[in-house]
Design a protein around this ligand. Structure first.
Ligand code: CTP
Ligand code: CA
Length: 223
């Protein structure tokens, strides 16, 4: 009965989810990237669809396939992800579960770098745009609810709370990737939800359960 009632909570609401890693090319055969299976973003998109939302799913090259029932937009780099996100607006809520590479190689080579006797390549980096901060700080057309994720190893809640204020998002889902070995790429998540109204420490649960709980909170916030 509860799921039947919940079935329409997000009916007619457009929600954006970013997911997976980005890949920043070094040359045609090499890239740098963050570690991300895309499992949490995918589970979240699935949970939002189950509540009736119209989901735009902007994803880097993830290990897991995108859920069915979403509009999938595939990107590779952070810059492409930002463009795709901006093109998907306006939305009622935006959730940034992607593990975006913080840096790209300043001038990626069009041809494959070769090993030479002259030594190692000298890669120069440029900073990628912060997609979450860009959307959070929009003056016009900002989503009513902007949610970020923060995977931290130390001072998890403090770091994540500071991140929420720095970027200007409404909620941040702090993710303890420290003590639970293998949690990155694993099936479970240790999460603390940080909001203006306060901090909620959730018990350790599966990524699917985190997704369902978060989707319900998003639905409640939008209605
Ligand atoms: N994020 C983003 N664009 C970036 C970097 C991060 O949209 N260029 C988003 C992520 O999707 C996540 C949140 O910002 O929702 C936090 O990412 P995180 O890497 O923890 O934050 P950073 O500000 O990059 O801090 P750190 O130095 O800890 O990596
Ligand atoms: Ca980062």
């Amino acid at each position: 009965i509860e799921s039947a009632l919940a079935g329409g909570l997000l009916q007619g609401k457009r929600v954006l989810v970013t997911s997976g890693p980005t890949q920043e090319p070094i040359d045609p055969v090499r890239y740098i990237a963050n570690r991300s299976s895309g499992a949490q973003g995918t589970a979240l998109a699935r949970a939002l669809v189950a509540l009736g939302a119209e989901v735009v799913f902007v994803t880097g090259p993830a290990d897991v396939p995108p859920p069915s029932g979403v509009e999938v937009i595939r990107v590779q780099t952070a810059q492409e992800m930002l463009k795709a996100v901006q093109a998907a607006l306006p939305v009622e809520a935006a959730v940034f579960a992607a593990a975006v590479a913080d840096w790209r190689v300043a001038s990626a080579s069009d041809s494959k770098l070769k090993k030479t006797k002259e030594g190692l390549p000298n890669l120069e980096f440029a900073e990628n745009p912060d997609i979450l901060a860009t959307v959070s700080q929009m003056k016009k057309g900002r989503p009513a609810l902007v949610v970020g994720f923060a995977a931290e190893t130390d001072d998890v809640v403090e770091n994540a709370a500071a991140k929420r204020l720095r970027k200007g998002c409404d909620w941040i889902v702090a993710n303890d990737v420290n003590h639970s070995t293998g949690i990155m790429g694993g099936a479970e998540n240790d999460v603390t939800l940080i909001m203006d109204e306060g901090v909620e420490d959730w018990p350790r649960m599966s990524k699917d359960q985190v997704a369902q709980k978060l989707a319900q909170r998003i639905a409640a916030a939008l209605t």
